[in-house]
Every structure is written in structure tokens, then in C-alpha cells.
Design a protein around this ligand. Structure first.
Ligand SMILES: *[C@@H]1O[C@H](CO)[C@@H](O)[C@H](O)[C@H]1NC(C)=O
Length: 198
């Protein structure tokens, strides 16, 4: 029996080693063909009322608007979303308000996802704020786009972090998804977005 136990642990060890060796070349992401990676972690059902419509209009009247891209990809879209939901006040993100908003607007059956999203907010804000502190930056400057990149960075970071820590119930356990997750975990560490220099 002890031999069996040892064999078992040896096998686990060998399997882990083999797994650790599948390191990615970070400059060459895997090719997912037409697989939509955004469907890997199902997003919770969230009713934001007229906020998306408001922010769509807001972004489209900015000088930096580009009709070639959907408005939700604009850098200032998250800035508008957080402002309109009461989470961004005078350039500062209030996590207590984010949590309250999610608890009130995420569908009942997806409520368990709120804790995961809030954990992502904590990781992302902690990381971004420590970078700002290290660079002696009080607040990121408003860009010619029409807003500071802060909200957009937090938004992208939270999405990436929640993807990496997606609860199993929301995760599509398919090869491209698992590969994308492994690639992101290895090659795209926190804050998962490029940092502005000022
Ligand atoms: C990683 O991929 C890049 C781009 O395809 C290539 O130039 C480079 O040689 C690769 N590096 C390694 C270690 O394979």
C-alpha cells in the first residue's frame, strides 16, 4: 500500500511537470481561429436600464469618436458607465458603490458572480494604485480622447481578472478557452493593461 501511495504522488508530480512545460511564447498567442474567446466566461445578466444608451450617445459626441468602431470600445465608455452608475465620483472609484450597484442590478440567479467581480476590483485597483504611487502619479491626466484612462484601465483589468478567475459554473470548459486562460495567466499579468506614463 505505501508503494501505491508513493506511485500516486510520483504520477501527480510527473503530470505537473509535464503541464508546467507547456510554456507559451508570449509574443505568439495561440491561434483560436474563429472561436470567440469572450464567450468562455459567461457574463452575468445585468440590467443597466438606460445607462448604456446614455454612454453610447456621450461617446459619439466626443471629438475622438470613431464610427468605425462600436462605442463600447471607446476609451471613455467605461468612464461614462462608472459615472452614470454612481461608482466614479470626482475621478475616484467607489468600490462600495460598485458592489451596491451590482447587487441591485445583476439578475438574482447570477448573484454569486458579484463576489468574483468584487474580488477582481480589489486586485485591479490595488495593483493600479500601487503603480500610480510608485510613479508618483496622483491622478492620470485627461487625454485628448476626452477622459482619463483610469476608468478604462480598471474596466479592462476587471474583465481580464474575472476571466482568469471565472467560476466553474460560468466557464466554458473547451480547449480554446482553457488555452486562452493559460496564455493570459502566463503572458498577461496584472493589471492586464498597458500603464500610461503620466
Ligand atoms: C516567439 O515568437 C516570435 C514571433 O513569432 C519569434 O520571433 C520568436 O523567435 C519566438 N521565440 C521563441 C523562444 O520561440
Amino acid at each position: 500500500m505505501p508503494e501505491l501511495v508513493i506511485y500516486f504522488w510520483t504520477l501527480i508530480f510527473v503530470l505537473c511537470q509535464a503541464h508546467a512545460q507547456t510554456a507559451f511564447n508570449c509574443t505568439a498567442p495561440p491561434n483560436f481561429q474563429n472561436f470567440d474567446i469572450n464567450t468562455c466566461c459567461r457574463t452575468p445578466e445585468l440590467d443597466m436600464g438606460d445607462v448604456p444608451q446614455k454612454c453610447h450617445k456621450y461617446v459619439n459626441q466626443l471629438k475622438s469618436a470613431n464610427s468605425k468602431y462600436p462605442s463600447y470600445t471607446h476609451l471613455c465608455y467605461p468612464d461614462c458607465i462608472y459615472r452614470e452608475t454612481g461608482a466614479l465620483v470626482n475621478g475616484k472609484l467607489r468600490v462600495d458603490r460598485v458592489k451596491q450597484y451590482l447587487e441591485q442590478h445583476v439578475h438574482q440567479r447570477d448573484q454569486d458572480m458579484v463576489a468574483y467581480i468584487m474580488r477582481s476590483f480589489d486586485s485591479c485597483l490595488g495593483n493600479i494604485k500601487s503603480h500610480m504611487k510608485a510613479a508618483n502619479i496622483e491622478a492620470y491626466k485627461v487625454l485628448p480622447h476626452g477622459c482619463s484612462p483610469f476608468a478604462g484601465m480598471v474596466y479592462s483589468c476587471v474583465n481580464a481578472e474575472t476571466f482568469l478567475n471565472c467560476p466553474p459554473r460560468m466557464w466554458k470548459n473547451e480547449r480554446p478557452c482553457n488555452q486562452a486562460k493559460e496564455f493570459a495567466a502566463q503572458c498577461n499579468p496584472l493589471p492586464h493593461v498597458p500603464l500610461p506614463s503620466s
